[in-house]
Design a protein around this ligand. Structure first.
Ligand code: MV4
Length: 453
């Protein structure tokens, strides 16, 4: 039984987990750094424990501190949220050794999914499409040359332990390859203390599309459709939506079928996201698995009506997916999410400080996930996500209209936010036509600049 959960996170996701626990009658324990003493997750949890100084390395990432807080408050389980310790398999292992249920996949599975060339091989084995590329790791630059001769340029060399775009090098010709191979290895070693790399075909202007999955501890796997996440800048997503305009019902169904087989075979449990790239030909190719709840999970919740965080908790207490879902998953309407960051909307520089005034929008089809409040302080130590503004409509046009209305009624004074940027994106013709790929923001910012001149 899970009667009390410690939430090893802060901000809006800590509050989101508290909401799901409250809905299930589960008691909550917040942990907080010295910078977060007056945060809402501290106020709304049943108990709260200070776990260290402002710097994350000394608090939210400090495994002994988090485990000590769990032991003194006598919780049954830990929800890691996203970021911080959420995909740290060593942490999940310490939880298990301490008799605490980690709300996520087993550490062995998270570790396997973190080795991207292994995840790639597992997916291929079970019929999930992957890009042509190396068979496992590259032992040297010559192996990379041999793969490129077979599949053609451009290729991309990626860190096996990678993420967030580090340890990647695009290679457009044989002459460039040895240098790119060495550079990728060095960056991988510096970033992940693992210099292993693999390679695959490089897709020039892909769409980034990800599938939400839920898997119980009895071998059942469900796929809850996809999200379109192409609108990003420097690997930070800005706008997400569900479903993707580029995914047909047939492609959705065939991808879901293969994913179910692959995730069942690897013993995946709890919530997860499988990332794909879509090239010009409209086909999807697997890139990586995120073994956690994601920031953008809300758009999937809006179109399926399923509370994903509640599902995570119910899976962790041993319930089956048929019990949790109560019938077939149906996709209804369209949802959008704008990430409202505390940052300068033009330079993207962080804008921490005190919120002097705040008006959160509402009304039909509008949801705001945030831990912000009037007089609350956005500290400079963590990521700059201030709120997630989510809208739902019967179709994409209705979701966009509701987003425009909600952005207009979203007032934050005292700090700068990305609200003006989102207002411009919502009005953009390419966005409105769903002509989006991972280069959208570059083109959009150029159009904005041209308008000013
Ligand atoms: C790629 C790619 C093109 N071709 N792989 C970037 C982060 C990491 N998660 C994977 N990434 C990419 N992998 C192949 N074979 C282009 C990117 C990429 C990207 C992917 C998703 C969203 C935004 C991106 C921005 C730049 C590059």
């Amino acid at each position: 039984m899970i009667q009390k959960v410690l939430i090893a996170n802060r901000g809006e996701i800590a509050l989101r987990v508290i909401c799901a626990c409250k809905d299930l009658g589960i008691k909550t324990v917040a942990v907080y750094s010295e910078a977060d003493r007056y945060s809402l997750h501290v106020r709304f949890a049943d108990e709260a424990v200070c776990i260290g100084p402002a710097k994350s390395a000394l608090s939210y990432l400090n495994i002994p501190s988090v485990i000590s807080a769990a032991e003194i408050t006598n919780v049954d389980a830990i929800h890691p949220g996203y970021g911080f310790l959420s995909e740290n398999s060593d942490f999940a292992e310490v939880c298990r050794a301490s008799g605490l249920k980690f709300i996520g996949p087993e550490p062995e599975v998270t570790r396997m999914m973190g080795l991207k060339q292994i995840a790639r091989e597992k997916m291929r084995e079970h019929g999930v499409p992957i890009l042509p590329g190396s068979d496992g790791l590259l032992a040297n630059a010559d192996e990379g040359l041999a793969v490129a001769a077979r599949i053609g340029y451009p290729i991309i060399i990626k860190a096996a332990a990678g993420g967030g775009g580090r340890g990647m090098r695009i290679v457009r010709s044989a002459e460039e390859l040895p240098g790119a191979y060495t550079a990728a290895r060095q960056e991988a070693e510096a970033s992940f203390t693992c210099s292993d790399v693999y390679c695959e075909k490089f897709i020039e202007k892909p769409r980034h599309i990800e599938f939400q999955v839920l898997a119980d501890e009895h071998g059942n796997v469900e796929v809850l459709g996809e999200r379109e996440c192409s609108i990003q800048r420097r690997h930070q997503k800005l706008v997400e939506e569900a479903p993707s305009a580029a995914v047909s019902p047939e492609l959705r169904a065939s991808t879901a079928k293969a994913l179910k087989a692959a995730l069942k075979a690897v013993g995946y449990t709890n919530a997860g996201t499988v990332e794909f790239l879509m090239g010009d030909d409209g086909t999807l190719a697997f890139i990586e698995v995120n073994a956690r709840i994601q920031v953008e999970h809300c758009v999937t919740e809006m179109i399926t009506g399923i509370d994903l965080v509640k599902a995570q908790l119910r899976i962790a207490r041993g319930e089956t997916l048929p019990e949790i879902l109560g019938g077939p998953v149906e996709i209804r309407g369209h949802a959008l999410e704008c990430r409202i960051n505390a940052e300068n909307p033009v330079t993207f520089a962080p804008s921490p400080g005190r919120i002097k005034a705040l008006n959160l929008p509402g009304g039909i089809g509008v949801r705001v996930d945030t831990a912000a409040y009037t007089d609350g302080v956005i500290p400079p130590y963590y990521d700059s996500l201030l709120a997630k503004l989510i809208t739902h409509g019967r179709d994409r046009a209705e979701a966009i209209a509701r987003m425009q209305r909600a952005l207009d009624m979203f007032v934050v004074e005292g700090i700068q936010t990305s609200i003006p940027l989102h207002q411009k994106i919502m009005a953009d013709e390419e966005f409105r036509a769903a002509e989006i790929d991972t280069h959208f923001i570059t083109r959009f910012l150029e159009r904005q600049k041209a308008k000013q001149e």
